[in-house]
Design a protein around this ligand. Structure first.
Ligand SMILES: *[C@@H]1O[C@H](CO)[C@@H](O)[C@H](O)[C@H]1NC(C)=O
Ligand SMILES: *[C@@H]1O[C@H](CO)[C@@H](O)[C@H](O)[C@H]1NC(C)=O
Ligand SMILES: *[C@@H]1O[C@H](CO)[C@@H](O)[C@H](O)[C@H]1NC(C)=O
Length: 385
């Protein structure tokens, strides 16, 4: 006998006491009330700069004591399984969370069951050719179908004739085709003209209040700040989890065209949200955007000077503080990181440390249970993998 489980509705909002908003916010000049959004769904897509955004979100949520819906034991919601509410650590019906932001395969109906109705949704996309290049290399050790590709330049060989190598049934094959559409819950093997693609794009547009673009990260953050009613202080950042530049393959025009054709569903998605992105920028005001982006860059450079030792990022082997050691793909060491300045004034010490703390370590600081991934870290440290 299946006992029917009673589902309790999640409250309309579970935002804690709101802080007083300072008068600098642009919306306040227009005399509209501007209440910072505290119920937030961030769909963390792969290889899109989402780790950098996550750090911003972690800091804000920590400062405002927001409640996270965390995964169990690891840093994703059993990706690539489609998200289920029961994947949330300590989930029970009717419990209210403010923020959900770990990797998942999006499933809007289930996500909605753990978040208040006033939740704002945000995600980030990236040019699909660049994304493909990044994903192809980053995940190569866990995508067996790339292992048997012959030659020096496996990616070029793959793109020369993808159907020779690709098979949707092979383990982790989604990393190699329309990965963003897959992350958003879609079937990544659809033909771009399949009506289900248009339909998915329509649903995604309906779900998300903002779709950011990695290529215009600062503009994205300014729009985010405006829509979520945050402040400039809240969106300062250092680029995290990026590859050493010498490990990035520059795509020739020919390879780029092939990569876009191969990932044509993602390309369609990207073009759609590129259009709506620039419409939002237009509505915000081009000049105002330029001014605000310049201000954000100035503030970031100022923070870099205060927080970071040396002029820029360093190789993993030169990172002294364990909290700042980035997670590396298996068998690789090409993700770079930073060293914290030695003499930071007291006022900035905490902020600097948080801005430079990597995702897994920050999750642990926030109280997430990441024992599984920590064991992996330690094993890999011991066997120097
Ligand atoms: C703006 O808000 C202030 C304070 O609430 C109020 O006194 C003023 O009349 C408002 N101005 C406009 C143009 O609505
Ligand atoms: C994105 O939109 C901008 C502004 O309309 C346009 O100049 C650019 O070519 C578009 N890019 C893509 C990839 O569609
Ligand atoms: C990037 O890699 C190159 C070549 O391996 C190396 O010389 C350089 O120090 C690296 N830079 C960083 C920041 O890791």
């Amino acid at each position: 006998i299946v006992k029917s489980v009673r589902l309790f509705p999640v409250p309309h909002s579970c935002a804690p006491q709101l802080r007083k908003h300072s008068a600098t916010s642009s919306q306040q000049h227009n005399n509209k009330t501007c209440v910072p959004k505290m119920d937030i769904m961030f769909l963390k897509t792969h290889k899109t700069g989402s780790s950098t955004f996550l750090n911003i979100l972690f800091r804000f949520a920590e400062q405002h004591k927001l409640k996270f819906a965390f995964p169990n034991n690891q840093n994703d919601f059993y990706y690539p399984s489609s998200f289920q509410r029961t994947y949330v650590h300590s989930y029970r019906s009717g419990k209210c969370f403010n923020v959900i932001c770990n990797h998942m395969r999006f499933n809007s109906a289930e996500v909605a069951k753990v978040l208040p109705r006033d939740t704002f949704y945000v995600t980030i996309l990236r040019d699909p050719a660049e994304l493909f290049e990044s994903s192809f290399h980053y995940f190569s050790s866990i995508t067996p179908l790339t292992w048997r590709i012959p030659g020096e330049d496996k990616m070029a060989e793959f793109l020369r004739n993808p159907n020779l190598y690709f098979s949707p049934d092979k383990i982790n094959s989604f990393y190699l085709k329309n990965l963003i559409f897959f992350d958003l819950g879609g079937d990544n093997t659809l033909h771009p003209d399949d009506p289900r693609v248009e339909e998915s794009i329509r649903l995604i547009s309906g779900n998300f209040h903002l779709v950011m673009l990695m290529e215009h990260f600062e503009e994205s953050l300014i729009l985010f700040k405006d829509i979520f009613c945050w402040e400039m202080d809240d969106i300062l950042f250092f680029k995290l989890n990026s590859r050493n530049k010498s490990a990035v393959s520059k795509l020739s025009l020919e390879l780029r065209a092939k990569a876009l054709q191969w990932n044509s569903v993602d390309w369609k998605l990207y073009k759609h949200f590129n259009r709506s992105f620039w419409e939002k920028v237009e509505a915000y005001g081009r000049e105002r955007m330029e001014r605000d982006v310049a201000e954000l860059r100035r503030r970031n450079a100022e923070m870099a000077k205060i927080c970071i030792d040396g002029p820029q990022s360093v190789a993993a082997g030169s990172i002294q503080d364990n909290a700042m050691q980035p997670w590396q793909p298996f068998g690789e060491k090409f993700i770079v990181g930073y060293n914290l300045n030695k003499n930071i004034d007291e006022a900035n010490q905490k902020l600097c440390r948080k801005m430079l703390t990597q995702e897994i370590q920050y999750l642990k600081d926030l109280g997430a249970n990441v024992w599984f991934i920590n064991i992996l870290r330690q094993v890999r440290y011991i066997i120097n993998w």
